[in-house]
Design a protein around this ligand. Structure first.
Ligand SMILES: [Zn+2]
Length: 125
């Protein structure tokens, strides 16, 4: 009998948006983050282990609470880089940081959803 192979690590599973239960299938129907028409499309269940991805109606509203500190941290990092590395004014730094967050928003939305379901669903071997 073949030994069970280990799933990928928790951090990698969150960042690459894998199923929290088996870490072997994508949470989203389309793996491309910047294909905006399918940004929110998720299968109802994991095609590998059957884990329910839509745990309750409005489940992913909780991802807003997860994304908030991530966005604040990234905004501060972008502003600091702009201020101290590129020696820009605070106004320019804020505009640049906001633009960077706008560009990253599809990735942030998906990673926040992924982190939120990973918080609520444990890894099962
Ligand atoms: Zn799974």
């Amino acid at each position: 009998m073949e030994p069970p192979t280990k799933g990928i690590g928790l951090f990698r599973s969150v960042v690459t948006c894998q199923c929290p239960s088996c870490r072997r299938a994508n949470l989203f129907s389309d793996a491309r983050h910047y294909h905006l028409t399918t940004l929110f499309d998720m299968p109802d269940r994991c095609p590998n282990c059957g884990q329910d991805f839509i745990i309750e109606p409005g489940f992913y509203l909780g991802a807003l609470w997860v994304s908030y500190p991530i966005v604040i941290a990234l905004e501060l990092i972008f502003i600091a880089i702009s201020l101290f590395v590129f020696k820009q004014t605070l106004t320019v730094s804020f505009i640049v940081a906001s633009f960077m967050l706008l560009l990253l928003s599809p990735v942030l939305i998906r990673v926040s959803r992924s982190l939120f379901i990973h918080i609520n669903v444990g890894f099962k071997r």
